[in-house]
Design a protein around this ligand. Structure first.
Ligand code: SF4
Length: 437
């Protein structure tokens, strides 16, 4: 692929009808986002106001998290009646005071709501503003919901960033145009993108969320923003309300997605395709070469996506266009047509798209399709493996660095590995059954 020539598309799946389902769903709640958010904003603390279940979820999603100074915790609110609400507020205040006295390094505290009824009765936004007044100029205290009733897996990040946007400093109309990259990225990926923008002569560029509360980017009418993640609908709306302008593009997964994403920024800053070609040629060609060996493993294989991370559509585009995989069904929890319009146009015409979930019906469709690989949540993976299907855990795609040229081959490998594992297991069982002679 040459970056001097923008990709041409027919209409792909831009206008295809989407199968919409509402029923039982199998996804994690938005608390899960704390696992990657706390690593990114290094002076922030996430206090989940929830139950023992919530505490277990974030502990187990994070693996073994016994740090000397962790950056998330759960304030457990036990069952109580309405008369006990005043106590619950006092208890929350006490927990926050104790935490902030012991941890003066915390500059940004999120009170994260959950779904037990005792927590729903608490007004966390009022608690956040009450506590903010008590810690004025010392700690910024905000709230958002990670409740499983309101959010799926990746929406926790969206809710967190949307709560931060009104807090960002303002630029005025005379400020020079600047680029804001929106969405939590591992530091190593952020540094790679910063180098690409520098090579393009494009700037100033800022990333949101930043690594520190002290580095919050300013926004205003001269801010152009690129979404790095496809699940940031509320954050984008909050940025629009601040006057910032969205740059529509495919998402930066794979060589093609990364090039088109960079192209969108380059064009907004008056940088032409020839300059893009020159600035990206070396990493692009390196990534294309690295993808080749995974193409051999993945080409022609059939893949089925259950809805989970909201990365499904961009990943399906990458797998079909750059690795030759066949898409049987691409499910997504929510479909933001505007943010995904470039992605949809790049999907092969006729792809089955579904939004939401009725898990039993979708399982039936999956079994009938008999795909080579199923991308799904942890709850479905084990039963499907037991039925002989090969699965990939969607959660790993969010926890791993997968954006940009340098990670394209790693992203492909995440899909190739389960197929290889299945092949090795099949070979072992044939060897084990062979007569010893
Ligand atoms: Fe469970 Fe709700 Fe807590 Fe998530 S927020 S762990 S769904 S109780």
């Amino acid at each position: 692929m040459n970056a001097a020539t923008p990709i041409r598309v027919d209409n792909g799946c831009a206008d295809v009808p989407v199968l919409r389902e509402r029923g039982q769903r199998e996804v994690f709640c938005g608390l899960t986002g704390i696992i990657w958010l706390h690593r990114k904003i290094q002076d922030a603390f996430f206090l989940v106001v929830g139950s023992r279940t919530c505490a277990h979820l974030i502990q187990s999603a994070a693996g073994v998290m016994i740090f000397a100074e962790p950056r998330f915790a759960t304030a457990i609110i036990d069952e109580r009646d309405l008369a006990g609400l005043a106590d619950a507020n006092e208890e929350l205040d006490r927990v926050v005071h104790r935490l902030l006295e012991r941890r003066p390094d915390i500059k940004l505290l999120f009170l994260v709501g959950s779904c037990p009824s005792e927590v729903i009765k608490l007004d966390l936004s009022r608690a956040a503003s009450r506590l903010s007044q008590q810690f004025v100029n010392k700690v910024r205290i905000l709230n958002y919901s990670g409740s499983g009733i309101e959010t799926t897996f990746t929406q926790g990040e969206d809710a967190c960033l949307a709560a931060l946007v009104p807090q960002l400093p303002a630029t005025d109309a005379t400020a020079p145009a600047s680029l804001l990259v929106v969405g939590c990225l591992p530091d190593v990926v952020e540094d790679q993108f910063a180098r690409h923008f520098q090579a393009l002569g494009l700037g100033p560029v800022q990333f949101f969320p930043p690594r520190s509360e002290r580095a919050m980017p300013a926004v205003g009418p001269n801010t152009r923003y690129l979404l790095a993640q496809p699940f940031l609908g509320d954050t984008a709306r909050a940025l629009d309300e601040r006057g910032a302008q969205h740059l529509a593009a495919p998402f930066p997964f794979g060589v093609e997605g990364t090039t088109e994403w960079l192209r969108s920024a380059a064009r907004a800053f008056g940088i032409g395709d020839a300059a893009l070609e020159a600035a990206t040629r070396i990493p692009r060609e390196r990534a294309q070469r690295a993808l080749e060996r995974h193409r051999q493993a993945l080409e022609g294989k059939r893949i089925f996506f259950f809805p989970d991370s909201q990365l499904e559509i961009p990943l399906a585009r990458f797998l079909s266009r750059e690795l030759g995989m066949t898409l049987t069904e691409v499910g997504t929890p929510y479909l933001h047509r505007e943010h995904q319009k470039h992605e949809l146009a790049l999907l092969p015409a006729g792809t089955t798209l579904s939004e939401g979930q009725d898990v039993e019906r979708q399982l039936d469709r999956c079994r009938a399709a008999a795909p080579d690989l199923v991308v799904c949540g942890l709850g479905l993976a084990n039963p499907l493996e037991a039925e002989g299907l090969t699965t990939k855990w969607a959660i790993e795609l969010v926890f791993s660095p997968v954006h940009g040229y340098e990670q394209s081959a790693d992203l492909a490998e995440l899909f190739a590995r389960p197929l290889l594992r299945r092949r090795l297991l099949a070979r072992e069982s044939v060897t084990a059954e062979a007569p010893c002679n």
